[in-house]
Write a protein of this length. Structure first.
Lengths: 101, 196
């Protein structure tokens, strides 16, 4: 958590409102892009990029990760690693089938 | 016995215990939803055909719900900021708006579900609807969980503001962290389920 003085907290609240506006605009962009009927790959990449930017804004500012302690980042790094294992694991299981079975 | 480190940070972690606790809990939540996102990718890539979600789901209602949820994320953090400024009354209004946003989200979700049911679209209808109901249902349960917490912080829990002010502010902060996570999950659920 950064800032304890009244002025610093008021400045933080202005940032929160700006983040809200950015999230609202990005939501409109996400929906707008879906009406362009892009090919599947482009649509998925674009939607995930926009969602990731929104995710960064929420985690970075609302969850104040940008000014958080080191231990939380260690927890999150471990989480990210196991999340990737979760995404990758089933693929290995499904497609690594020996021939003839 | 007094619970230690509810307000002051531990010297080894640099955090008060509740903060570390909620992040560990959120890490487990990432695993829970991560497993479902992984399932969604696997089911979808393995499917012979996959419906165009935007044609069978109600995108305008889901978009409205996205606005409701990001709006509630702002109100909960404004509640926390107001408490740090010593403005309990203002904080309570923000908490109440957050709670109402939660209600609004669930009402919109109920309208969506009932429309689907009236068209005989159930979890057993297809893999798409199975994963749709599972993921949005689990997310909805998380919204209800958050609403229970906000109701508590607004009602009986708020007495703590007069007795242990910092501890109460920390409770609002960590409930807010949970609520932002619920918002974060929806940010990814919305495009993957409704738009792609």
């Amino acid at each position: 958590m950064s800032g304890h003085t009244v002025e610093e907290i008021r400045r933080e609240t202005r940032v929160y409102l700006m983040v809200f506006v950015a999230l609202a605009v990005l939501t409109i962009v996400t929906v707008g892009v879906s009406y362009l009927h892009l090919n599947t790959t482009a649509a998925i990449v674009l939607a995930l990029v926009i969602a990731s930017v929104k995710g960064f804004l929420v985690a970075g500012y609302f969850m104040h990760l940008l000014s958080e302690k080191k231990l939380i980042f260690i927890v999150l790094a471990l989480t990210a690693f196991f999340f990737l294992v979760l995404l990758w694991g089933p693929w290995q299981e499904s497609y690594d089938i020996p021939s003839g079975q | 016995m007094e619970i230690p480190y509810t307000v002051e940070a531990r010297s080894d972690t640099g955090l008060y215990n509740g903060k570390l606790g909620i992040w560990l809990f959120l890490a487990s939540e990432v695993m829970l939803f991560g497993a479902l996102f992984s399932s969604l990718i696997l089911i979808r890539t393995g499917a012979v055909s996959w419906p165009r979600a935007s044609e069978i789901l109600n995108v305008p209602l889901a978009t409205l719900n996205t606005f409701v949820l990001i709006g509630s994320s702002v109100t909960v953090i404004m509640a926390w900021a107001s408490l740090r400024l010593g403005e309990l009354k203002k904080a309570k209004i923000y908490l109440l708006v957050t709670l109402l946003c939660g209600f609004g989200f669930m009402i919109i979700k109920a309208i969506e579900y009932s429309t689907k049911f009236s068209h005989h679209l159930y979890p057993s209808t297809s893999n798409f609807f199975a994963i749709y109901y599972t993921m949005t249902g689990l997310h909805g349960l998380h919204v209800i969980g958050g609403m229970v917490m906000f109701a508590y912080l607004l009602g009986p829990g708020s007495k703590m503001y007069n007795t242990e002010r910092e501890r109460y502010i920390n409770r609002v902060e960590i409930t807010g962290l949970y609520w932002h996570f619920v918002d974060l999950v929806w940010i990814f659920l919305f495009p993957t389920l409704y738009l792609l």
